[in-house]
Design a protein around this ligand. Structure first.
Ligand SMILES: Cc1cc2nc3c(=O)[nH]c(=O)nc-3n(C[C@H](O)[C@H](O)[C@H](O)COP(=O)(O)OP(=O)(O)OC[C@H]3O[C@@H](n4cnc5c(N)ncnc54)[C@H](O)[C@@H]3O)c2cc1C
Length: 471
C-alpha cells in the first residue's frame, strides 16, 4: 500500500483525509494550525447556487448535487433552515427571471432522489422552492411568531413582519438552501480524524518544502521545532490560498486568483425569534451589492455585504504571475490573517454591514458589533472570478491540486482523486463514488462541545456553534 501526503487541513484536505483513511489508505495530513478547518469561513450550503444570479444554470445544478453529497457527509454541520431570496426595487433584475432555473433545480433534485432515495436531504421536492407574493406577506404579518418553525409559512412570518415591503419586488423566493456551520463541521472533523488509525494527523506542523524524484515526493516539515523529511507515493495539495506556494516548490505553473473577504458578527438584542437566512440581491462590487443576513442562536447574526467597504476590499483580489503560481496578497491582508484586525476597522465595517441590511430590515438597525469578523483568503482556480463550482486539477498521475471555491465541492474533488489512486493501484475501484459511511453518525453533544471549544479558542461567541433549527 502506498503512502499519501495531504498538505492543508481545511475542508478540502480534512475531508479527503477522512474519506481516504476510512477506506484503509495510509494518509498523513499536515496542518500548520492547531485545529482543522481554520481557514476562510463558510456559513451557507449552496444547494442550487441561488445566491449567484450571474453564474450559468449548469454550475447551479453542480452546486445542488455537490451540496446533497456534502450534507450526507457532514450531517452534524448543517443548520436546517431555508433561505429567502429578495430582490430590492432599486435592483435592475426581476425575481421572476429566476423561476426557470429554480424549476430546473427542482427537477434535478427529483431525479437525484430517484437515483438514490438517501439523497432526499432537502425536504420534499415540491417544497424545494416556494414563492410569496405581496398579499401573502401582508397576510403573514397578522400571524403570531412561531418559536420553533416547522413549515415554510412559519419561517416566513418574521420576514413578513420586519422587511420593508415598499423597498422590494415580488415574489419573495424561499429555497431549501441551509446553513453550513463552520464550527460544528470543524468540531466533528477534528474528533473523527484524531481517532482514525490510518490517518497520521500532524497539527501545528508546517510544510516548508516539497521535492519530487522519480515517482516519490519528499515532504519537509517542521513539527515541535524539529525539521523532518518524509517520502510519499502521492501528494494532495490542499493548502487553500497557499496552494501556489506548494506548486512553486515543485515548479508547477498554474493560473489562479486569491480573494480576501470578510463577514461580520452582530448581536440583535431586540430580536424575538429565530430567522431563516435572508438574501437581498444586488450587483457585486457596487454600493448596492448583495446583502446576506445569516442567523445564529442567541440573537446573533452574521452579515455579508458585497460592496468594497463591507465584505470586499480594494486590492483584495490578486492573481498569479508568470514568475509565481502563488498570488500574494498585500501586507495589510496578510497581517489581518496572521495577526489581527484594527478594532476601529472592525467597528466601522460591522456598522456599515448593519446599516446595509437594516435598509431592508429597519428593526435590525439596533444590532451591535458582537466580535471580530469571520474572514480569510480563498483561492479561485483559473482566471474567472465568478467561478463557484471548482474542485481539482492534476500534474501527472501523482499530484492533485485541490482547490474548492465552495465547501460543497469536496466530494466531487475526492472522486477525481480516487480515480487516480485506483489507476495507480492505491485504492479499490469498488469504493469509487462511495457516499455511505458509518462514521457520519457522531454524538451530537460531543460535536457541539468540541465546536464550542473551537469557537472559544478562535475568540468567537460560542453561539456561533449552537443549533437553532427545528430538525
Ligand atoms: C468571507 C468568506 C465567506 C465564505 N462563505 C462561504 C460559504 O458560505 N459557503 C461556502 O461553501 N464557502 C464559503 N467561502 C469559501 C470557503 O471558505 C472556502 O472555499 C473553503 O474554506 C476552502 O477550503 P480549503 O480547504 O480549500 O482551504 P483552507 O480552509 O484555506 O485550508 C487550507 C489549509 O492549509 C493549511 N496550510 C497552508 N499552507 C500550509 C503549509 N505549508 N503547511 C501546513 N499547512 C498549510 C492552512 O493552515 C489551512 O488550514 C467563503 C469564503 C470567505 C472568505
Amino acid at each position: 500500500m502506498g503512502k499519501i501526503a495531504i498538505i492543508g487541513g481545511g475542508v478540502a484536505g480534512g475531508s479527503a483525509g477522512l474519506y481516504l483513511s476510512s477506506l484503509g489508505i495510509d494518509v498523513t495530513l499536515f496542518e500548520q494550525n492547531t485545529s482543522l478547518v481554520s481557514g476562510p469561513p463558510f456559513c451557507h450550503l449552496h444547494a442550487g447556487g441561488n445566491l449567484y444570479r450571474e453564474i450559468p444554470d449548469s454550475e447551479c445544478i453542480t452546486l445542488l448535487h455537490q451540496s446533497i453529497d456534502l450534507l450526507r457527509f457532514y450531517p452534524y454541520g448543517i443548520d436546517y433552515r431555508p433561505t429567502v431570496v429578495i430582490t430590492p426595487i432599486e435592483d435592475e433584475e426581476d425575481p421572476k427571471d429566476l423561476l426557470p432555473r429554480l424549476k430546473k433545480l427542482q427537477e434535478e433534485y427529483r431525479k437525484s432522489i430517484e437515483k438514490d432515495p438517501k439523497n432526499k436531504v432537502l425536504g420534499e421536492v415540491e417544497e424545494y422552492f416556494k414563492l410569496y407574493e405581496k398579499e401573502d406577506l401582508i397576510r403573514l404579518q397578522e400571524k403570531e411568531i412561531v418559536k420553533r418553525p416547522t413549515t415554510l409559512e412559519q419561517w416566513m412570518i418574521p420576514v413578513a413582519k420586519n422587511v420593508d415591503l415598499d423597498l422590494v419586488k415580488f415574489p419573495f423566493i424561499v429555497v431549501q438552501e441551509y446553513g453550513l456551520n463552520l464550527f460544528r463541521l470543524s468540531g466533528g472533523l477534528n474528533l473523527q480524524l484524531e481517532n482514525i488509525t490510518n490517518c497520521n494527523l500532524l497539527l501545528n506542523t508546517k510544510v516548508t518544502n516539497v521535492s519530487k524524484k522519480d515517482e516519490k515526493f519528499f515532504v519537509t516539515y517542521i513539527n515541535n521545532q524539529e525539521e523532518k523529511t518524509e517520502e510519499f507515493d502521492y501528494l494532495i495539495n490542499s493548502a487553500g490560498y497557499k496552494t501556489g506556494i506548494i506548486d512553486d516548490y515543485l515548479g508547477y505553473k498554474r493560473d489562479r486568483l486569491v480573494e480576501f473577504k470578510a463577514a461580520y458578527v452582530t448581536k440583535w438584542e431586540e430580536c424575538d425569534t429565530i430567522w431563516p437566512e435572508v438574501i437581498f440581491h444586488g450587483k457585486r462590487g457596487t454600493p448596492r451589492g448583495m446583502g446576506q443576513f445569516t442567523p445564529y442562536p442567541d440573537r446573533h447574526f452574521q452579515l455579508h455585504g458585497m460592496t468594497k467597504d463591507i465584505t470586499l476590499f480594494d486590492d483584495g483580489l490578486v492573481k498569479s504571475s508568470q514568475k509565481s503560481s502563488y498570488p500574494e496578497l498585500s501586507k495589510k491582508f496578510r497581517e489581518k490573517i496572521d495577526k489581527s484586525w484594527c478594532p476601529k476597522e472592525v467597528e466601522e465595517r460591522t456598522k456599515r454591514a448593519i446599516s446595509h441590511l437594516s435598509k431592508y430590515i429597519p428593526s435590525f438597525s439596533t444590532a451591535k458589533v458582537a466580535g471580530k469578523p469571520l474572514f480569510g483568503a480563498q483561492q479561485i482556480p483559473g482566471k474567472d472570478k465568478e467561478l463557484r463550482a471548482a474542485d481539482v486539477s492534476f500534474e501527472g498521475d501523482r499530484y492533485a491540486r485541490c482547490e474548492v471555491v465552495k465547501a460543497s465541492s469536496v466530494l466531487d474533488m475526492i472522486d477525481e482523486v480516487m480515480k487516480k489512486l485506483i489507476k495507480l493501484g492505491l485504492a479499490d475501484e469498488q469504493e469509487l463514488y462511495r457516499r455511505d459511511f458509518d462514521f457520519v453518525e457522531l454524538d451530537s453533544n460531543l460535536v457541539l462541545k468540541q465546536a464550542k471549544r473551537i469557537c472559544q479558542d478562535r475568540d468567537y461567541p460560542t453561539s456561533l456553534a449552537s443549533i437553532n433549527t427545528t430538525k
